[in-house]
Design a protein around this ligand. Structure first.
Ligand SMILES: NC(=O)c1ccc[n+]([C@@H]2O[C@H](COP(=O)([O-])OP(=O)(O)OC[C@H]3O[C@@H](n4cnc5c(N)ncnc54)[C@H](OP(=O)(O)O)[C@@H]3O)[C@@H](O)[C@H]2O)c1
Ligand SMILES: [Zn+2]
Ligand SMILES: [Zn+2]
Length: 352
């Protein structure tokens, strides 16, 4: 075991503050990273504030962060893919049983024994796992990813959650050229969804509650933008979408989007507001529409997404912050005031 610096929350109402934690020394199959950048996902905020207490209660102290890019500092004797000095990344998963049908299908996110990067049982040293708001992390090789060398590292970090969470359902539901795709909520996930759908060749329509994001939406790759609070702007698209990705973090009416789907169209939820949705069944019946969910992505698809982003030169639009600004960043996230992902420069932790 060794000591690492980190930022943690002591309770659902405490601000995040500097702390010191124990990490395991890398074992045979482990890779140790010096964390360079960590993206700030709205899931970090939901978890820190225990907003998902009914589904997965938060264990404190909580150290969030699952959009991690870093430099390899040590590898175990059996590691083959990485060597010290390499740039590597870690997303939302750090372990799984590797043997169940989900793991064998490369869908480790659905493994009944999956270990999430933070707030999950730590099978190595006990307690809970601690995430990327830290200066280092130790992860078994299978869960460490390669970052294409052309990508800017601060902007690549958010691909590890926001990127894969939007890429995976788009691949699953066949987003390609000729498809009309909606993206609801232009936040961290949403702006990645726009970039990826555009790169896949789709006709992309952004739905936003923030009229001031219109110009950005076009710049990010949208073909059309609708302000969702304007009934006329919604109605114009009735019955026309092949696929809509809902990436909203707060309570809202999903029936308004179901009615925008064409026959056999699909609305996939990736946003995870804590309160259940009300769904009008009739909206799905007429037109044989479907409502689905999607959770991050497995390791093979996460690497595929990173390589896709490398080939298309896609990174997240980030505002780089020092870790000392994290509590302020959370308040701004709640006001939809981020363009479009905070990425923590972990060098800032050195002064703590
Ligand atoms: N399924 C998964 O695997 C997965 C993975 C990561 C995150 N998530 C979840 O996905 C959600 C989004 O995460 P994020 O990091 O992208 O959050 P974010 O950056 O805060 O973006 C959320 C966006 O939702 C819109 N929004 C916020 N409040 C709203 C309201 N009251 N009504 C309508 N729209 C509203 C805003 O977009 P506009 O300003 O454009 O309206 C906002 O920018 C969170 O719930 C997060 O936990 C799920
Ligand atoms: Zn996330
Ligand atoms: Zn498994």
């Amino acid at each position: 075991m060794y000591k690492a610096k980190a930022y943690s929350a002591a309770s659902a109402t405490s601000p995040l503050a500097s702390t010191s934690i124990s990490r395991r020394e890398p074992t045979e199959h482990d890779v140790q990273l010096e964390i360079l950048f960590c993206g700030v996902c709205h899931s970090d905020l939901h978890t820190v504030r225990n907003e998902w207490k009914d589904m997965m209660a938060t264990v404190y102290p909580c150290i969030p962060g699952h959009e991690i890019v870093g430099r390899v500092t040590k590898v175990g004797s059996a590691v083959t893919k990485f060597k010290p000095g390499d740039i590597a990344a870690v997303g939302c998963l750090v372990d799984s049983d590797r043997t169940c049908p989900e793991c064998r299908a490369g869908l480790e996110q659905f493994c009944p024994n999956a270990t999430f990067t933070y707030n999950a049982q730590d099978k190595h040293i006990g307690g809970v796992t601690y995430g990327g708001y830290s200066d280092s992390i130790v992860v078994t090789e299978h869960f460490v990813l390669r970052v294409p060398s052309n990508l800017n590292l601060a902007g690549a970090a958010p691909l590890l959650c926001a990127g894969i969470t939007t890429y995976s359902p788009m691949r699953r539901w066949g987003v390609t050229k000729g498809k009309k795709v909606g993206v609801v909520g232009l936040g961290g996930l949403g702006h990645m969804g726009v970039k990826i759908a555009h790169a896949l060749g789709a006709h992309v329509v952004v739905f936003t509650t923030s009229p001031n994001k219109k110009d950005d939406a076009f710049r990010l790759g949208a073909d059309e933008v609708a302000v969702s609070r304007e009934a006329g702007e919604m109605q114009k698209h009735a019955g026309s979408f092949d696929f809509i990705l809902d990436a909203v973090s707060a309570e809202h009416d999903i029936n308004a989007y179901i009615q925008l789907l064409r026959r056999d169209g699909n609305l996939t939820l990736v946003g995870a507001p804590p309160k259940p949705f009300a769904v009008a069944g009739f909206g799905l019946l007429f037109g044989r529409k479907s409502l689905a969910g999607s959770l991050i992505g497995g390791l093979p698809e996460t690497q595929e997404m990173l390589d896709f982003c490398g080939a298309h030169n896609i990174t997240s639009d980030v505002e780089i912050i020092p870790i000392q600004k994290i509590n302020e960043a959370y308040e701004r996230l709640l006001k939809s005031d981020v363009k479009y992902r905070f990425s923590i420069d972990m060098a800032s932790l050195k002064s703590e």
